[in-house]
Design a protein around this ligand. Structure first.
Ligand SMILES: Cc1cc2nc3c(=O)[nH]c(=O)nc-3n(C[C@H](O)[C@H](O)[C@H](O)COP(=O)(O)OP(=O)(O)OC[C@H]3O[C@@H](n4cnc5c(N)ncnc54)[C@H](O)[C@@H]3O)c2cc1C
Length: 457
């Protein structure tokens, strides 16, 4: 069901940039939740009553104050590439599209600060050109996704093999936030306090600016290794990932038949082979080649990252949840999971899981350093979907094998990556920054959805 944007918003806040086209309002109310058949059933068609695009901090302040005074739900949106309906307004109200609030503020050796709506690809380029530095992590959606969206709804991505997820202390240094009150306050949060808004889906504060730690820029090379044997591919990827002498950004393993879904790379992916996608420093070329040969594989593709970026897609855009996206273009009967393995047991666990669900769960592994710095892997395995009951069974079987599942088939924050009850300090932040409970209502189990009397008050 879609509704037209309320003209009264634009009448009451006439200086702001309101989206007036009903189809655009409907589109800007949705994200990539459709990767999940469960979320698709639950969220398709939900729509905001209005979408607004702030350009300045004062625009954001006007919107926050307006929502507080009128007890209107406010849902933030970056580029809407989230996978769990994070930016879908469950109870109507206003969607605030942050993509025009996108200034780069400053960059210094090792650290930079930007407004939340900046696209990660733009931010990265400004850093490379400006100071020979780059972001520590890029989600595979980096061309469109925003800094605020990654911080509030994402995990990490390419780069997490070296720097861990965003959640690793030291990656995010600070955030400037705004309260959702009649008279909004602007507050600077540092370190651990800023992290209380990380992966909270915009439920406990409006993020205006983020300060991030940086990495030195490298000349990156993209390579694909192909292997007859899955275990050999996995052990090669593990050897690349753990080699301290090799500077790398991306290490992913795709079990046969997943490479066949990457149709644009068909020439480099021989049939019925397992593939390892790598982005590493160009200086590591011969090391990678020798490691591939030692594991019985070969390098089938090599291209400079800069050329790949200029001419089409980088290998990063075939990894992480882009693998799922490419697969869904070929086979709509697929969905996916998000899992994490125990460091030190990760190889054994991946092999066991692969064997347990052969043919039904297709293994896609992403190597990372975890939040404590241990080398391990996460996975975004593809699942041949049959029923919601079977999906729940597969999740339960993973958990029985001590494999963590960050359930991507729920829009309740506690049931996803947060994995259980929210820590008291997260709820305290919600009370402090969103005392009326108007931010993205309905996503937080611990904070009851607004009652009708409050909505109309
Ligand atoms: C094909 C595909 C591949 C992906 N690959 C990756 C990956 O490699 N790594 C990864 O971590 N994720 C990945 N994702 C998920 C998603 O793309 C990323 O998390 C991305 O960074 C989200 O950015 P966005 O700007 O699109 O945020 P949105 O989807 O617009 O928003 C995400 C959440 O943040 C909130 N939010 C946005 N801006 C603000 C703000 N200023 N203040 C407070 N809250 C805010 C929104 O309300 C929402 O809850 C992938 C998704 C897809 C569809």
């Amino acid at each position: 069901m879609t509704s037209s944007p309320s003209p009264s918003f634009a009448e009451q806040l006439p200086t702001l940039d309101w989206v007036t086209d009903a189809l655009k309002v409907a589109r800007l109310s949705q994200d990539f939740f459709w990767f999940s058949p469960v979320l698709k059933r639950q969220l398709q068609g939900l729509c905001a009553d209005g979408v607004v695009r702030p350009r300045t901090e004062d625009d954001v302040r006007q919107i926050a104050s307006f929502c507080a005074r009128n007890r209107l739900p406010l849902t933030l949106r970056g580029a809407g590439t989230g996978n769990y309906g994070q930016s879908v307004p469950l109870q109507g109200g206003i969607v605030m599209d942050m993509s025009a609030f996108n200034g780069m503020l400053w960059q210094r050796p090792g650290v930079a600060r930007a407004q939340a709506g900046i696209r990660l690809g733009d931010f990265n380029r400004l850093l490379q050109d400006g100071s020979g530095q780059e972001l520590r992590w890029l989600p595979s959606t980096y061309r469109s996704a925003t800094l605020g969206g990654l911080f509030s709804g994402g995990f990490g991505g390419a780069g997490s093999i070296t720097y861990g997820p965003l959640a690793a202390p030291g990656n995010i240094l600070g955030a400037k936030v705004m309260t959702l009150e009649e008279h909004p306050q602007v507050i600077e949060l540092r370190g651990a306090e800023a992290m209380r808004l990380h992966h909270m889906w915009g439920t406990n504060g409006i993020v205006l600016e983020i300060e991030v730690a940086l990495a030195p820029a490298h000349e990156w090379l993209e390579s694909i290794g192909v292997f007859d044997d899955f275990e050999a591919a996995l052990r090669f990827a593990d050897a690349v990932a753990r080699n301290p002498g090799l500077v790398k950004k991306e290490v992913a393993v795709l079990a046969d038949p997943i490479p066949a879904y990457l149709t644009a790379l068909k020439a480099h992916l021989p049939a019925h082979r397992h593939a390892v996608l790598l982005v590493h420093a160009a200086s590591g070329e011969s090391t990678v080649e020798a490691l591939a040969a030692a594991h019985g594989g070969a390098i089938s593709y090599r291209q400079s990252h800069a050329e790949a970026q200029a001419g089409g897609h980088t290998l990063i855009e075939y990894a992480w949840n882009h693998t799922t996206l490419h697969a869904l273009k070929v086979d709509k009967g697929l969905t996916y999971l998000q899992t994490a393995f125990i460091p030190g047991k990760h190889i054994e666990q991946v092999l066991r899981l692969k064997a347990m669900f052969e043919g039904e769960v297709l293994m896609h592994v992403e190597f990372i350093r975890n939040v404590d710095g241990h080398l391990t892997c996460t996975a975004l395995p593809l699942v041949r979907f049959t029923t919601e009951e079977r999906l729940a069974e597969i999740i339960a079987q993973h958990r029985a094998e001590q494999v963590r599942v960050n359930n991507p088939h729920t829009f309740i924050i506690e049931e996803g990556k947060q994995g259980g009850d929210l820590a008291p300090e997260l709820l305290e932040m919600k009370r402090r920054l969103d005392p009326h409970g108007l931010l993205n209502p309905g996503k937080m189990r611990a904070w009851p959805a607004l009652g009708p009397q409050e909505q109309t008050a």
